[in-house]
Ligand binder design. Structure first.
Ligand SMILES: Cc1cc2nc3c(=O)[nH]c(=O)nc-3n(C[C@H](O)[C@H](O)[C@H](O)COP(=O)(O)OP(=O)(O)OC[C@H]3O[C@@H](n4cnc5c(N)ncnc54)[C@H](O)[C@@H]3O)c2cc1C
Length: 346
């Protein structure tokens, strides 16, 4: 992520969970002499997570798993450095980067003409370029602002309207804000309480879960980003891109309103769509055994898939446990459930 990004989550939702609650963001900020501020700068969170890791999980084997396969009743992990590791239980917590969503119109374009917003920690290479950003969520809107600030001429094109999150009840209700916003703080008031308890969320019917999720994480930008976008970036809402062809050094886009754009590059702020088939480090024979719905593994209350002792947490778990799983705040329930399951059957 670009170093000058801010996190959309509020301060209370950025504590990484540990069993005793000893390594909270509040505690770190006291030790490091940092004052609580919102929006939380990415750098503050990165320093905190680095501190958390050194305190709570100092023993990390920093290498890549090239292949994860089943081995009798357990698993074997072939590591990128040549080692083979046996494990009786595996927790897949490999994040969102494999799930970057590339819309159909851009799939054939080369990387120098179209790329996903997650590719960049710095947009200075686009200074003086004409760039279209696709999407209307926080990533698209913040990428557009950063591109403009880096000297690009930016247009944002979105299928739907551009919405800004209204947090009046958070800003003006003082200590009572917790009535409207639980500390997990995912989704608008009302929906945020319904998604705050993933083990209960799991019990809702499929359709309700999907609807609640869509409402909780619908594309929208944080209010603090608004002045950096409006008046600086040309916005074309309710319009999709129907075709894209290479043209000279750039790309020509055809829009659903019949107009065209000739530009240097398209940045896809189109988010992520979890699908375990994108986790190619899991051997295909093992992936085939995992029961899925639209690519999402079906999980029991222990975040365990249909393959015993193979767990999935983070983005792949949302279909079962809801939108909290996509956020830092969702780590707590996943870690507790898996730890309980480990002691239950140890
Ligand atoms: C632009 C952006 C903004 C965000 N803002 C927020 C926010 O404000 N609040 C919030 O709560 N969340 C936010 N998120 C979501 C955030 O990514 C997750 O909440 C958090 O990072 C999830 O943690 P994780 O451990 O599941 O995944 P990650 O943090 O992505 O960690 C996954 C790890 O697995 C490693 N890995 C992957 N494959 C392998 C392999 N084969 N072998 C070994 N290691 C592997 C990766 O290298 C990585 O270190 C944001 C995400 C993005 C992209």
């Amino acid at each position: 992520m670009p170093p000058r990004m801010y996190l959309k989550s509020s301060w209370s939702a950025l504590t990484i969970s540990d069993p005793a609650g000893a390594y909270s963001l509040n505690r770190y900020s006291k030790i490091a002499g940092i004052t609580q501020q919102e929006p939380v700068p990415l750098q503050t969170f990165l320093k905190y997570s680095d501190w958390f890791q050194r305190q709570a999980v100092p023993d990390i084997d920093q290498s890549y798993v090239q292949t994860l396969r089943q081995d009798g009743k357990g698993f074997q992990l072939d590591m990128a450095d040549g080692r083979n590791i046996k494990a009786s239980r595996v927790v897949v917590a490999s994040g969102v980067s494999s799930f970057a969503y590339i819309p159909e119109f851009a799939r054939h374009l080369p990387a120098n003409l179209a790329s996903h917003s997650q590719e960049y920690s710095d947009f200075s290479q686009f200074s003086g370029n004409k760039v279209v950003v696709v999407g209307s969520g926080q990533s698209a809107l913040e990428s557009a602002a950063l591109l403009h600030e880096a000297g690009a001429a930016v247009e944002l094109i979105a299928r739907g309207p551009v919405n800004w999150i209204n947090r009046r009840l958070y800003n003006y209700t003082g200590p009572a804000k917790r009535i409207f916003y639980p500390p997990s703080d995912v989704g608008p008031p009302g929906v945020n309480w319904l998604v705050a308890f993933p083990l209960l969320f799991r019990l809702f019917p499929d359709k309700t879960r999907v609807r609640l999720d869509a409402r909780a994480v619908r594309p929208a930008g944080a209010q603090w980003l608004r002045p950096r976008v409006e008046g600086h970036i040309s916005i074309t809402p309710n319009t999709s891109i129907t075709n894209a062809v290479e043209q000279g050094q750039g790309v020509s886009l055809t829009l659903s309103d019949g107009t065209r754009r000739e530009i240097d590059h398209v940045i896809l702020g189109t988010g992520y769509q979890a699908n375990i088939d994108a986790l190619t480090f899991i051997d295909s024979a093992l992936r085939e055994q995992v029961q899925v719905h639209n690519g999402y593994p079906l999980l029991n209350e222990w975040f365990e898939s249909s393959v015993p002792l193979l767990h999935f947490i983070g983005a792949p778990a949302w279909y079962t446990f809801g939108p909290l799983c996509r956020f830092v705040v969702g780590a707590r329930v996943a870690a507790r459930q898996i730890a309980r399951h480990s002691t239950k059957i140890a």
